[in-house]
Structures are given as structure tokens and as C-alpha cells.
Design a protein around this ligand. Structure first.
Ligand code: GAR
Length: 197
């Protein structure tokens, strides 16, 4: 199993989906570390209860030195032996330092059909545009925010009565299915000799 790190900032429901997937002996990844920039992230407690190594590196003391925060994050990732990093609701914009350190080895999940709606409030923006569908994307992280090669996408129909909340709920259910699946495909393509037992 490939050791991965999962980076979160809050609830951590996508992290939970990855934890559940990794519990399957045939799944090609194991979680070596859950790391958050927010010491109060509820997801940290979930990860602790699952028996995972967790680490918080609060970004606030580093307010004037983003590079130093990222260097600390990178050191923790290296120390944990992570080979792949999965951003899962990690709400920090990364600098080219961390992006280049993990180029081709850092994945993100975003709640829109990229390249549509990078950034925040994606569900409200899709509704305001009168779109007929919305969805989520797993992609490799590059320097541009929510850019980078798409690994997988899932589509969700927009219903006439949808609010941003109801739409977000249905997209989130797809995220939980898509992220573990896209990560497994990515890892198996990377290590074609690793086959499930
Ligand atoms: C998810 O919907 C994720 O796609 C989104 O934040 C939420 C985190 O939820 N990420 C982004 O918007 C990144 N640009 P979670 O903490 O329950 O996984």
C-alpha cells in the first residue's frame, strides 16, 4: 500500500471516505498522516478516533511567513513517509514551493466541474448561472488555484428546487465516491505491478 497524507482544514468528510476506502485490504493506499492547518478542525478528532497519526500546524503564527508554514508542513509530510498528498478540504492556497515539492504527487478534490467555478461558493454560482448540472473534480495540483490535470469528474443534475445547500449535499455524496476511486486509479496507473490480492 502506498503511504499517503491527507490534508484537511475542517469537517473532513472526504478524509473519512478515504479512511473507509483504505480499510479495505485490497485498496492501494494507507493513510500515514492526517495534517491540518487548523488545530480545531473537527476532522482531526475523527482521524484520531480512527487510530491515525494526526498533526496540526496552525498557520496563524506564521501569518507573515507563508513559506515557513509550508516548510513545516513539508517536513511533517516527509517525516511521515508520505508518497502522495491528498488535499481534502484544505483551504489554504499553496505557494509554488509546496506545489513543486509534490508535483505529480498531490491531488485535490473540488466541488465543481472544473474548469467551471474554481474558488469558493461553487454551488451558489452554478445555481445563479442557471446551469443544468454541476459536480465535482479530482485533479492534480499545479500552481494555478483549482487548475491542473483532471483525473476524474462526477456530474450531478441540478433540480428545480435546489438551494446551494441541497445541491452541495448531493455533490458531496459524489465526492465521497469519486475521491477514493480516482486515487485508486491514479495509484494503480502509477504502479501497474501493484495488484489487489
Ligand atoms: C468539499 O466539498 C471539498 O470539495 C471542498 O471543501 C469541502 C470540504 O469538505 N474543497 C474546496 O472547495 C477546495 N477548493 P470536507 O472537509 O467534509 O471534506
Amino acid at each position: 500500500k502506498t503511504p499517503i497524507a491527507v490534508l484537511i482544514s475542517g469537517r473532513g468528510s472526504n478524509m473519512e471516505a478515504l479512511i473507509e476506502a483504505c480499510a479495505d485490504p485490497g485498496y492501494p493506499a494507507r493513510i500515514a498522516l492526517v495534517l491540518s492547518n487548523n488545530p480545531e478542525a473537527p476532522g482531526l478528532e475523527t482521524a484520531r478516533r480512527a487510530g491515525l497519526a494526526v498533526h496540526a500546524i496552525d498557520h496563524r503564527p506564521f501569518a507573515r511567513d507563508r513559506a515557513a508554514h509550508e516548510a513545516a508542513v513539508d517536513a511533517a509530510l516527509q517525516q511521515a513517509g508520505a508518497e502522495i498528498v491528498c488535499l481534502a478540504g484544505y483551504m489554504r492556497v499553496l505557494t509554488p514551493f509546496l506545489v513543486s515539492r509534490w508535483a505529480g504527487r498531490m491531488l485535490n478534490i473540488h466541488p465543481s466541474l472544473l474548469p467551471a467555478y474554481p474558488g469558493l461558493d461553487t454551488h451558489a454560482r452554478a445555481l445563479a448561472s442557471g446551469d443544468s448540472h454541476h459536480g465535482c473534480t479530482v485533479h492534480l495540483v499545479t500552481d494555478g488555484v483549482d487548475e491542473g490535470p483532471v483525473l476524474a469528474q462526477a456530474r450531478v443534475d441540478i433540480l428545480p428546487d435546489d438551494t446551494a445547500e441541497t445541491l452541495a449535499g448531493r455533490v458531496l455524496a459524489e465526492e465521497h465516491r469519486l475521491y477514493p476511486e480516482a486515487l485508486a486509479t491514479f495509484l494503480r496507473d502509477r504502479n501497474p505491478h501493484d495488484v489487489a490480492p
